[in-house]
Design a protein around this ligand. Structure first.
Ligand SMILES: NC(=O)C1=CN([C@@H]2O[C@H](COP(=O)(O)OP(=O)(O)OC[C@H]3O[C@@H](n4cnc5c(N)ncnc54)[C@H](OP(=O)(O)O)[C@@H]3O)[C@@H](O)[C@H]2O)C=CC1
Ligand SMILES: CCCCCC/C=C/C=O
Length: 329
């Protein structure tokens, strides 16, 4: 039997304030590819390691397991109100009449009566049963305004405390802001030294939107950040691990960050990032990496060079993927 010992929240946990005046714990647990392990990862992250923020999505197919883990943590004495739970609306539900049923399904799987944050996962509407990457005809017209109105209604009805977006370009964010009655509190996007995403991060800052960094460790070696010589050098100098340096780097950029691990020791390691800092010169050395392609460039997910509505990564990202010339302050 899996046993955990209850400890209070990481007492050094820092929070960011959202434009709604709610707070988001600065470090959360990612759950993509956690599989059946998700239940134990979530429970031990909350109860043993002191996480208070869990990131999941319908598309990860782990909401039930995540919900079981949360339930176990609450059973161990953690208050629901101390937790911050995020999930995401998948592309096949990106039409107004499907938003609320999709949300209710997520809530049911998570065994919760409200979410802290609900995000539009990707800004593309897919036909039910679409192949990945989609073929011509698999991507349908996305009524962004209609969908956002339904997201706003979920918030107005008290079912979700904050609503937000993920994987938006600046062009799509600008469109959303032109009609949003409630602005997105959070934008989740890929950010790490190999893809700083400065253009989008600056756009978020300009509009008071909090940014959360996903794939902060390189997503399981898709970019080998954990063995990168600069990351390793800073880690050795500060007597930290490369993962801790990458998580801390994200925090020092003013973003929250959601490293995924299914390993109890690494889950603990990844949250030992408070009470110390990366000095400015080392922070700067991590902030000048040559900007490569995104990990989540949509290449296998959305781009279909021959028969798809998105024929290139550049097209998918509204041609905004030109590395910035200048590092944002
Ligand atoms: N909105 C979106 O479209 C997206 C959101 N996300 C969210 O962000 C989360 C994090 O991103 P993700 O792409 O999963 O990748 P991460 O960058 O968090 O990397 C996860 C990988 O790193 C390994 N790892 C974790 N901690 C350590 C450590 N201390 N030392 C060595 N290896 C480690 C994990 O293995 P192990 O489990 O064995 O420890 C796993 O293979 C996701 O789980 C998801 O919740 C991610 C992608 C897209
Ligand atoms: C149903 C396809 C699942 C792919 C999910 C892609 C998103 C990854 C991280 O959020």
């Amino acid at each position: 039997m899996h046993r955990v010992t209850f400890v209070p929240a990481n007492d050094k946990m820092e929070y960011f304030k959202l434009m709604s005046n709610h707070t988001i714990p600065s470090v959360g647990l990612g759950t993509w590819k956690s599989g059946s392990q998700a239940r134990y990862s979530v429970e031990s992250a909350i109860v043993e390691a002191g996480y208070r923020h869990i990131d999941t999505a319908w598309a990860y197919d782990v909401e039930k397991e995540v919900g079981d883990g949360i339930k176990a943590a609450i059973h161990a004495g953690v208050e629901r109100t101390d937790l911050f739970v995020t999930s995401k609306l998948w592309c096949t539900d990106l039409t107004p009449e499907r938003v609320r049923p999709a949300f209710e399904n997520t809530l049911k799987k998570l065994q919760l009566d409200y979410l802290d944050l609900y995000l539009i996962h990707w800004p593309f509407r897919l036909k039910e049963g679409a192949s990945m990457p989609p073929k011509a005809g698999d991507v349908l017209e996305f009524d962004m305004k209609g969908v956002w109105r339904e997201m706003e209604r979920l918030a107005a009805d008290g079912l979700v405390r904050d609503i937000g977006i993920s994987n938006f370009s600046v062009a799509k964010l600008t469109k959303l802001l032109s009609f949003a009655l409630v602005k997105p509190s959070v934008c989740q996007m890929e950010m790490h030294p190999g893809w700083r995403n400065e253009k989008m991060l600056n756009a978020c800052k300009e509009h008071g939107i909090h940014a959360t960094a996903y794939s902060p460790l390189g997503s399981g070696g898709k970019i080998d950040l954990l063995n990168d010589p600069v990351v390793v050098k800073v880690a050795k100098k500060l007597e930290k691990t490369p993962a801790q340096i990458l998580v801390r780097w994200a925090l020092q950029r003013g973003t929250s960050v959601i490293p995924k691990s299914s390993n109890p020791d690494r889950i603990k390691e990844n949250i030992q990032v408070f009470g110390w800092e990366i000095p400015e010169e080392d922070f700067d050395s991590l902030s000048i990496f040559k900007q490569q392609k995104r990990i989540m460039d949509g290449e296998n997910l959305f781009v279909n060079e021959t028969d798809g509505p998105f024929k290139s990564v550049e097209e998918l990202w509204d041609y905004e993927d030109i590395p910035p010339l200048k590092i944002a302050p």
